[in-house]
Design a binder for this molecule. Structure first.
Ligand code: ACO
Ligand code: OAA
Length: 371
């Protein structure tokens, strides 16, 4: 029995939700480029959960359902207030808060398909509110509830900032939400599937997935990209800074990908958004710096920028706190996690691989006083 480190190249499940073939990403067969240019996040949620595009009536119903479920139980808000607001990372707050949500959902352990669909709507809606509410609470502000006539993207910004966003901001967040929604068997989605394949509940699956997304080799990279750009400071410093990191064998955040070798198809959309938004905000240096890093790493190491790289300067330009970048990723990716959880329940088998044992040979037990 031999192992494949990091399960590279292992096909662990079948899915009808998304695919990466020849470096092209599709959701249910629809190209990510078409969806990013033409669709709304709510339409993509529907697509991922039902494996078909919604009619107008179906879309309207989902939108209304999401908005109606965005409000949080006061017990959950009280919980957010009880955290150490000066030090708790918003991803840790989100992970704990989603677990808490499950405690207040009477259907948490009801396993039929209709109940799971209802819980999916509640979780998708409330995650956006938790991220926004926590961000406000830690600034000493009260949480703001959703507005009925706003889209998911607009409501997220409204609940975060307490004022209605500009069209350009809504467009950017809507596109970012679409681009991050699903990605085949990435680490957090696999985590969610492993968890619910034991027939554990949907809240456990999403909580586990948030934990996996938090790490810097996965979703946590976007916050670190911005930390790196901030550290670099100006365009002239970009290449010398990166050269030094490479010389020290350090990884450059937002660069490289397990699956894509020629390039991450989502990155070009975020790159264009970054160029536009950094110009609009009068801070083109974030974009220019990013391009220098991308070109250098491509040339030097042959590695492409991944989805996390340009999302950093996009979110920064939208005035979003840097430690909210990964929670924003989670607000989108939860749609994919939920789709995969429902798919896993639908055709379940326990996920239980084997390990190649490389420890010592059989050993004799020695009583503690003789060791
Ligand atoms: C949404 C997402 O999750 S996208 C990924 C977000 N994460 C990041 O951006 C973190 C930085 N990137 C990385 O750590 C990696 O590229 C990963 C984790 C994304 C994929 O990694 P893997 O497929 O496991 O490749 P692995 O880490 O084994 O790297 C292979 C080689 O490329 C190098 N490499 C990979 N990524 C980078 C990087 N970002 N910077 C510098 N070198 C890198 C490694 O050092 C290694 O070199 P070696 O063979 O000489 O030792
Ligand atoms: O798929 C992966 O390995 C990581 C990634 O890009 C994502 O989750 O979007």
């Amino acid at each position: 029995m031999s192992s494949q480190k990091g399960l590279e190249g292992i096909v662990a499940t079948e899915t009808s939700i998304s695919s990466i073939i020849n470096d092209q990403l599709t959701y249910v067969g629809y190209k990510i480029d078409d969806l990013a240019e033409n669709s709304s996040f709510e339409e993509v949620i529907y697509l991922l959960w039902h494996l078909k595009m919604p009619t107008q009536a179906e879309l309207d119903e989902l939108k209304a359902d999401l908005t109606a479920n965005m409000n949080l139980d006061t017990a959950v808000i009280d919980h957010l207030r009880s955290y150490d607001l000066s030090s708790v990372h918003p991803m840790a707050a989100l992970r704990s808060a989603v677990s808490i949500l499950g405690l207040y959902d009477k259907e948490a352990d009801v396993m039929d398909e209709a109940a799971n669909q209802r819980k999916a709507v509640r979780i998708q809606a409330k995650i956006a509110t938790i991220v926004a509410a926590f961000a406000r609470i830690r600034k000493g502000q009260d949480p703001v509830g959703p507005k009925e006539d706003l889209s998911f993207a607009a409501n997220f910004l409204y609940m975060l900032n307490g004022k209605e966003p500009e069209d350009v901001e809504v467009e950017a967040i809507n596109k970012a939400l679409i681009l991050h929604a699903d990605h085949e068997l990435n680490a957090s989605t696999f985590t969610a599937r492993v968890c619910v394949a034991t027939l554990s509940d949907i809240y456990s699956g999403v909580t586990a997935a948030i934990g996996a997304l938090k790490g810097p080799l996965h979703g946590g990279a976007n916050e670190r990209v911005m930390a790196m750009l901030t550290d670099i400071g100006d365009e002239e410093n970009a290449v010398p800074y990166i050269k030094e990191k490479i010389a020290n064998n350090e990884k450059i955040m937002g660069m490289g990908h397990r699956v894509y070798k020629s390039g991450d198809p989502r990155a070009k959309h975020l790159k264009r958004m970054s160029e536009r938004l950094t110009k609009l905000t009068g801070q083109p240096k974030w974009y220019n710096m990013s391009v220098k890093i991308e070109d250098f790493i491509k040339e030097e190491k042959g590695l492409p920028a991944n989805v996390d790289f340009y999302s950093a300067s996009v979110y920064h330009s939208l005035g979003i706190d840097h430690d909210l970048f990964t929670p924003l990723f989670a607000t989108s990716r939860v749609s994919g996690w939920l789709a995969h959880i429902l798919e896993q329940y639908d055709n379940n088998r326990l996920i239980r691989p084997r390990a190649e044992y490389v420890g010592p040979d059989t050993q004799d037990y020695t009583a503690i006083e003789n060791r």
